[in-house]
Ligand binder design. Structure first.
Ligand SMILES: CC(C)(COP(=O)(O)OP(=O)(O)OC[C@H]1O[C@@H](n2cnc3c(N)ncnc32)[C@H](O)[C@@H]1OP(=O)(O)O)[C@@H](O)C(=O)NCCC(=O)NCCS
Length: 171
């Protein structure tokens, strides 16, 4: 942790925040590339959760959750996917990514969202309760994703019947 000012987590204001979010995402993913579709989700969809971290009036981090459908044995179940988490490289390692993730997951727990998926670093997301999808019989929509990077968590703690293939709506 640094002694920098704490970041404030708040919902995205649209369209005012979009350019600043884009800039943070571009800086954070400069080496790895991002997913352009998420830009459109942030700009136009109402059924997302998009939060930003603001410090001294500047957006320094962002997280997006967007709808996912699980093709369960009992039929489709609506959940969410943590689609994009990014923190400005100058502000990483200060707990901002964790604060954004936890704030979004808490909102989803309050909304009784049954499951959340993520494709990401296997060393990072387990701290928020994520575990490999394979441990819970949940598969990724894409076959070429390394198994350990596809993870799921259950905000309400209930897991019954939640198995099958999970797909991001719109991807
Ligand atoms: C991943 C990211 C969002 C973390 O943000 P952050 O604000 O630095 O995270 P926090 O300060 O909350 O947590 C820091 C921890 O994350 C870990 N971490 C950061 N990047 C990691 C990675 N690629 N793999 C595994 N762990 C990672 C750090 O080692 C540190 O661990 P520690 O708490 O055990 O010391 C940020 O590094 C980032 O934007 N990276 C580039 C974009 C990206 O990869 N996004 C995630 C896509 S899955």
């Amino acid at each position: 942790m640094s002694d920098a000012a704490p970041a404030r987590i708040r919902p995205q204001r649209r369209p005012a925040d979009l350019a600043a979010i884009e800039a943070v995402v571009a800086r954070a993913f400069a080496k790895h590339g991002g997913t352009a579709a998420f830009r459109d989700f942030r700009a136009s969809r109402e059924d997302i959760i998009s939060l930003v971290a603001e410090r001294d009036g500047n957006i320094v981090g962002t997280v997006l959750f967007s709808p996912v459908v699980l093709d369960s044995p009992a039929g489709p179940v609506a959940g969410m996917g943590l689609g994009q988490l990014a923190v400005d490289p100058a502000c990483q390692q200060q707990g901002i990514g964790s604060a954004l993730s936890l704030a979004g997951l808490e909102l989803l727990r309050e909304q009784a969202c049954p499951f959340v998926i993520v494709i990401g670093h296997a060393g990072y997301y387990p701290r928020f309760g994520f575990a490999p999808g394979a441990d819970h019989g949940i598969e990724c929509q894409w076959d070429n994703i390394p198994a350990e990077t596809f993870m799921v968590m259950f905000p309400t703690g209930k897991r019954e019947g939640l198995t099958g293939r999970a797909a991001f709506d719109g991807l």
